[in-house]
Unconditional design. Structure first.
Length: 299
């Protein structure tokens, strides 16, 4: 068997998986088939002799094809098509699993269509296919940290799309209570709104800026702080200039100078508590966030 026959056989073995990846990204079995075919054309013209993980490499190829298709779709403002009833294969076959796997359904497809192309690709590859952000980063043309942010933002949109307005109002009250306790330096009130295993994640820019301001009372930041008490200590007496905001449509907070957002506090809420806070100061990350400041100053 020569190299081309070997590659064709391996590609056919990977085809159900590749079609699953493409379907979850594109929401249409027809488009998924087109993407897989385009991936085969690219693979057949490539030198794969030095590829150690061919399955992972093929996933990357089809993901890049899908990203290009999503960008073209958005540029043309086309209305994406959901899976028609007669488009879904019947029977217990790989094709049927592609169309209606446990991780996806028509409702989720509708939500996924709301995501930007890079968000959708990062979310699908990480949350549905367990790729690392180091693997996803070159596909979406971002750093691993930025790819993580894309997936995190997509995840919040997916989970928040079905949230009733009443739930959003409750979440805003929870974030407001956290900011007020932080400004007041009230450790016990901070603990009351934090999950016991709350996590604070700070990007590299946040850690660097905090270190530069240590002599002026800046907080001691590390890339990750775990536990309610540790997170409460990091914020105690700190959020004096934080402004309430909607970040990707979800309650959050920002620090702004003359109307220019310099940092964002992205909250993850679960069970009526704050489970996570992502502190973002990287300019590229901030520029990618949809931020709406909802108040002129602390209340």
């Amino acid at each position: 068997m020569d190299g081309s026959d070997w590659l064709a056989k391996r590609f056919d073995q990977s085809r159900p998986h590749l079609r699953a990846v493409a379907f979850r990204m594109l929401g249409s079995t027809g488009e998924a088939d087109d993407a897989v075919q385009e991936a085969w054309l690219k693979a057949s013209r490539s030198d794969t002799a030095g590829v150690e993980n061919l399955g992972g490499w093929l996933t990357t190829v089809v993901a890049r094809v899908c990203l290009d298709m999503l960008r073209t779709r958005r540029a043309h403002r086309e209305q994406p098509l959901g899976p028609a009833a007669d488009e879904v294969p019947a029977g217990s076959t790989p094709e049927a699993e592609v169309a209606f796997a446990d991780a996806i359904g028509p409702a989720l497809l509708v939500v996924l269509e709301m995501l930007a192309p890079q968000e959708r690709v990062a979310f699908v590859l990480h949350d549905m296919f367990d790729l690392s952000f180091e693997e996803i980063a070159p596909i979406v043309e971002r750093t691993p940290a930025a790819a993580r942010q894309l997936a995190s933002r997509a995840r919040r949109r997916v989970h928040g799309a079905a949230a009733p307005a009443a739930d959003v109002a409750v979440d805003r009250q929870l974030v407001s209570a956290f900011l007020a306790a932080s400004r007041d330096g009230d450790f016990e009130r901070l603990l009351a709104v934090l999950s016991p295993d709350a996590v604070l994640r700070a990007d590299a820019t946040s850690v660097r800026v905090a270190a530069a301001y240590q002599d002026r009372g800046g907080p001691i930041l590390t890339p990750e702080v775990r536990g309610a008490a540790q997170v409460a200590n990091a914020f105690k007496g700190r959020a004096t200039a934080a402004l309430p905001a909607l970040i990707e449509g979800q309650p959050g907070a920002v620090w702004a100078v003359r109307g220019q957002v310099r940092s964002a506090f992205v909250f993850t809420l679960a069970g009526g508590k704050i489970a996570g806070i992502d502190l973002v100061m990287d300019e590229e990350h901030l520029a990618a966030l949809d931020i709406e400041i909802t108040a002129g100053g602390p209340t």
